[in-house]
Design a protein around this ligand. Structure first.
Ligand SMILES: [Fe+2]
Ligand SMILES: [Fe+2]
Length: 386
């Protein structure tokens, strides 16, 4: 039957009219419309979800009624607005997933309505209705955020396909945004977990170092505070030499741990008030190697190991355990050995009293080029006198 609503053609200004299009099409506008061909194109119905809400905006009542009728039949909840102001008001007052809007309205230009709707809620899908004469406006409409446009005259297949695509695109956009937000949340959560684990590990790591130092100091009463003082002096020398923060931190750790191998030295030797025998001296000389062995399983300390092993090497190659000379001795070990010697000289020992600061600096200066790297001696003395 011919399609007429309220006695008027739905598309009075169009040629060909939808009636012309009816011939040869089973799914074109008709009261006996078959929508089966669109079943696959439409979004899968979610029986628990409310129907998608749509707003139809057109100043021609017949077109509004037609769109309202067909969209309602297709299962959507549909409202109508007859001009731009009413459309914007409805969008602001209610919640719509899709707006079908004529591009030519008496009060506000369709593109302007599109912009206002999108600025109010960028998630609303908008399908523009254009006449053939307005086709050049369709591109700016798409650029301004329209999901699609329908050129009048259109049939129900085209209408529902366009609606389906617009809703699907909107749904994908929302899903993608949700995915991004979920991903960002997961990244933040995971980062927080990792930071917490790192803090826990750092705390555990520092507690381990502290325990090792307490163990050493409990065993060797003459080295109480020695590790901390050497750490401080070595780090300050590193800074004076312009080393980077990582190297300074490494020096500090190495200072704390350099004598840890003394845990393996016999108590009778460590605390012996008289001169050591050759055998005892050779035994105590093992402490850098023992220290390296104690610390080797601790992965975060791997950069400290060379310094621990070589803190008794001499610049002229006459030190121990490996007899390294000059720049073959790791720089941290060359710096640390000066701080180590200075603190030992200025501390009381079982076999001698503490020396003064000036005496100690004089001894250090005198050993530049033999025991110590002259450049580092210069920096150390300047730092101490500065
Ligand atoms: Fe030592
Ligand atoms: Fe030492």
């Amino acid at each position: 039957m011919a399609l007429r609503l309220d006695g008027r053609s739905v598309f009075p200004e169009m040629s060909p009219t939808p009636l012309d299009l009816l011939s040869g099409h089973s799914t074109l506008i008709s009261d006996g419309l078959s929508l089966s061909s669109l079943d696959d194109a439409l979004p899968s119905p979610d029986v628990t979800a409310p129907p998608a809400r749509m707003l139809v905006v057109d100043d021609e009542e017949a077109i509004r009624f037609f769109l309202h009728k067909k969209l309602t039949e297709a299962g959507f909840a549909c409202d109508q607005a007859e001009d731009g102001l009413q459309a914007i008001q409805r969008v602001e007052d209610d919640s719509y997933q899709l707006v079908i809007c004529d591009i030519r309205l008496p009060d506000i230009d369709g593109l302007e309505i599109l912009r206002r709707i999108r600025s109010f809620d960028e998630d609303i899908a908008v399908v523009m209705l254009t006449a053939v004469t307005d086709i050049n406006v369709a591109i700016p409409a798409l650029k301004a955020g329209a999901s699609d446009y329908l050129v009048k005259p259109f049939n129900v297949d085209q209408l529902l396909l366009s609606v389906s695509r617009a809703l699907e695109k909107r749904s994908l956009t929302l899903e993608n945004r949700l995915y991004q937000q979920t991903l960002e949340t997961r990244v933040v959560e995971r980062t927080r977990e990792l930071v917490k684990k790192n803090i826990d590990l750092s705390r555990l790591f520092l507690n381990t170092i502290e325990s090792l130092i307490f163990t050493l100091e409990a065993k060797d009463m003459y080295t109480e505070g020695h590790s901390w003082k050497v750490a401080l002096l070595a780090a300050n020398t590193g800074r004076a030499l312009g080393l980077d923060a990582a190297m300074v931190e490494n020096l500090s750790l190495a200072g704390l741990l350099h004598d840890i191998g003394k845990i393996g030295v016999r108590d009778t030797i460590l605390n012996k008030p008289s001169k050591l025998t050759t055998e005892e001296y050779l035994h105590i000389q093992q402490h850098p190697v023992v220290g390296e062995r104690i610390l080797r399983p601790l992965e975060p300390l791997k950069l400290v190991l060379p310094c621990v092993r070589h803190h008794h090497e001499w610049f002229n190659g006459k030190g121990y355990p490996d007899g390294l000379a000059g720049e073959n001795i790791p720089i941290a070990a060359r710096i640390l050995t000066i701080a180590d010697a200075y603190d030992a000289i200025t501390s009381e020992r079982a076999y001698r009293p503490a020396r003064s600061r000036d005496e100690a600096l004089s001894i250090v200066r005198g050993a530049a080029g033999t025991q110590f790297d002259p450049r580092h001696v210069e920096a150390f003395v300047a730092m101490m006198e500065g």
